[in-house]
Write a protein of this length. Structure first.
Length: 379
C-alpha cells in the first residue's frame, strides 16, 4: 500500500483521569497527532471530556478506581480496556502512571499492539511501610517485570533512579527508555520578574503527606519565627483516593495561620508564579514534578528534597537548593537563605529557565516520544 493511502496508526493513551491526561500528556499527544497518529484516550471521564474531544482525540470512558486496586474492581477495568483494544485495534498503547501500567500489563496480554508503560513515580505503595503495601509492591514488581520484558514493550521513566529501579526488578536495559517529563509549554510559561512585597514561597500540587506538605508547614513556622514578613501560598486540593491525603479541616486550619494562604485549586499557574518568589516541593519521591518545571520556566528558584525526580530539575547550587527528606529544620534553613538573597534567587531562576529550554520544553519531549513510537513500530 502506498504510504500516502496507508491508514494512520492508532495510538491509545490509557490514563486514570481525564484531567491528568490534559495536564500531563497533552504535549505528547499533540506531537503524535502532528506526526500522523490517530489519537485515542481511555480514561475516567469527568469534567474534561469536551476539552479532549476539541483536540480531535477519540475518547473512551473507562472506570478506574483510584486508590483501591482491589481484585474485583481491577478486573472490571481490565475487561473494559480489552474491549476498547478490540474495538480500536491500536498500533501502540501508551499507559500513563503506575496504576494504568499495572492493569495495562494484564489487559494487553494476547493483543498485538506495541506497549509503552510510563512509570511516573512509584506511588504510595512504594513508600508506605505497612504489610498491605509490601504485598502490593510484590504484585506490582512481578507484573512490571513480566509486562515490560515482552516483545515490543518498553518502560518509560523520567529519571535515572526509576530506570535503575526497573533494572532491579529484572527489566532488561533495552526495554527501558528515559524521557525527562511530559513537556512544558515554554511560550505559555515565560520568565517573569520577582513580585514586589515580602518574600513569598509557593507549593503547587496535591495536598498529600507524601508530597511533604506537613513538613513544609513545620518549616514555614520556623521561618516565620525569624522573619514575620515571609508568606506561603499552598495551591492544590486534597486527593481522597490517596491514602496520604491531608484532611480538608487541617488545610483550613493552616490557612488561618499567620502568613499562610491556602488557595485551593488554581487554574492559572503562570499567574500564581507572578505572586511568588520561590517554588518549594519537599516530596518523598517523584517522577519528574511538573510543578517545579512550570516554576523553573517562569524563572523561579527551586527548593526540593534530594529524592528521585526532584533532583533532575532542582540542581543544587545551580537552579536551587536540595534538602534531606522529612527534615523541616533543613528546609527552613534553605528557605531562610533564599529569603535573604534576591541575587541568589535571580541567579538560580535564570539557570532554571535555561535548563527548561535545553531539556524539558514540549517540542523536545514531543519529538523524543514520537521517535520512541516510530522505533517500536519499526518505521
Amino acid at each position: 500500500m502506498d504510504a500516502r493511502t496507508r491508514p494512520a496508526p492508532r495510538l491509545i493513551y490509557v490514563v486514570t483521569e481525564d484531567w491528568y491526561f490534559l495536564s500531563h500528556r497533552l504535549p505528547m499527544a499533540r506531537a503524535a497527532r502532528a506526526a500522523g497518529y490517530e489519537v485515542h484516550v481511555a480514561t475516567n471521564v469527568g469534567d474534561d471530556a469536551d476539552a479532549i474531544r476539541r483536540e480531535g482525540f477519540t475518547l473512551h470512558p473507562v472506570r478506574f478506581a483510584r486508590g483501591r486496586m482491589s481484585p474485583f474492581r481491577s478486573f472490571g477495568t481490565i475487561m473494559a480496556l480489552r474491549k476498547v483494544y478490540r474495538a480500536v485495534t491500536p498500533a501502540i498503547v501508551h499507559h500513563v502512571a503506575l496504576q494504568a501500567s499495572v492493569l495495562g500489563v494484564v489487559a494487553a496480554f494476547g493483543r498485538g499492539a506495541a506497549n509503552v508503560y510510563a512509570i511516573t513515580g512509584l506511588g504510595h505503595a512504594f513508600i508506605d511501610p505497612s504489610g498491605k503495601a509490601r504485598f502490593m509492591r510484590g504484585v506490582i514488581r512481578l507484573l512490571l517485570r513480566f509486562g515490560l520484558n515482552r516483545r515490543r514493550a518498553v518502560g518509560l521513566v523520567q529519571n535515572p533512579d526509576d530506570r535503575d529501579m526497573l533494572a532491579e526488578l529484572g527489566v532488561k536495559p533495552d526495554h527501558v527508555v528515559i524521557i525527562p517529563g511530559s513537556g512544558i509549554d515554554a511560550d505559555r510559561f515565560r520568565p517573569i520578574p520577582e513580585p514586589d512585597g515580602p518574600v513569598t514561597f509557593a507549593y503547587v500540587g496535591r495536598m498529600l503527606d507524601d508530597k511533604g506538605v506537613r513538613n513544609l508547614i513545620a518549616a514555614f513556622r520556623i521561618v516565620r519565627a525569624a522573619d514575620k514578613q515571609c508568606r506561603l501560598l499552598l495551591a492544590g486540593t486534597p486527593d481522597p483516593a490517596n491514602p496520604g491525603s491531608i484532611p480538608q479541616i487541617e488545610l483550613a486550619n493552616w490557612g488561618r495561620e499567620p502568613g499562610v494562604t491556602w488557595l485551593g485549586e488554581v487554574a492559572d499557574i503562570a499567574a500564581l508564579w507572578q505572586r511568588a518568589h520561590v517554588a518549594v516541593l519537599p516530596s518523598r519521591r517523584e517522577g519528574l514534578p511538573k510543578s517545579l518545571l512550570e516554576a523553573a520556566a517562569c524563572g523561579r528558584p527551586l527548593i526540593a528534597t534530594d529524592v528521585p525526580g526532584c533532583r533532575e530539575i532542582a540542581i543544587a547550587e545551580k537552579t536551587g537548593l536540595l534538602v534531606p527528606v522529612d527534615d523541616p529544620a533543613a528546609l527552613a534553613a534553605a528557605m531562610e537563605r533564599l529569603a535573604r538573597s534576591s541575587q541568589q534567587r535571580i541567579r538560580f531562576g535564570v539557570a532554571a529557565r535555561r535548563l527548561v529550554d535545553e531539556r524539558f520544553a514540549a517540542d523536545l519531549i514531543g519529538k523524543a516520544t514520537v521517535d520512541l513510537y516510530q522505533r517500536l513500530l519499526g518505521t
